[in-house]
Design a protein around this ligand. Structure first.
Ligand SMILES: [Zn+2]
Length: 63
């Protein structure tokens, strides 16, 4: 989904910047349609850390 290139009809700025209430409403609606878009980088990093910890724990137990 390429909604990051969507331009707001109300403020003519990219919707992802959320400059006006219309932008923010559209952004939230689009994120609800596409759950993956709601994943922000911090969430991905946290998931990665958990994954690495799980793999390390597994390797420690089997070794
Ligand atoms: Zn707007």
């Amino acid at each position: 989904m390429t909604y990051d290139r969507l331009v707001c009809a109300n403020c003519a700025a990219p919707v992802t910047e959320g400059r006006c209430p219309v932008c923010r409403a559209n952004r939230e609606r689009l994120q609800q349609q596409n759950p993956l878009a709601a994943l922000n980088p911090m969430t991905l990093i946290a998931l990665l850390v958990v994954l690495i910890a799980a793999v390390a724990l597994l390797a420690h137990q089997t070794a």
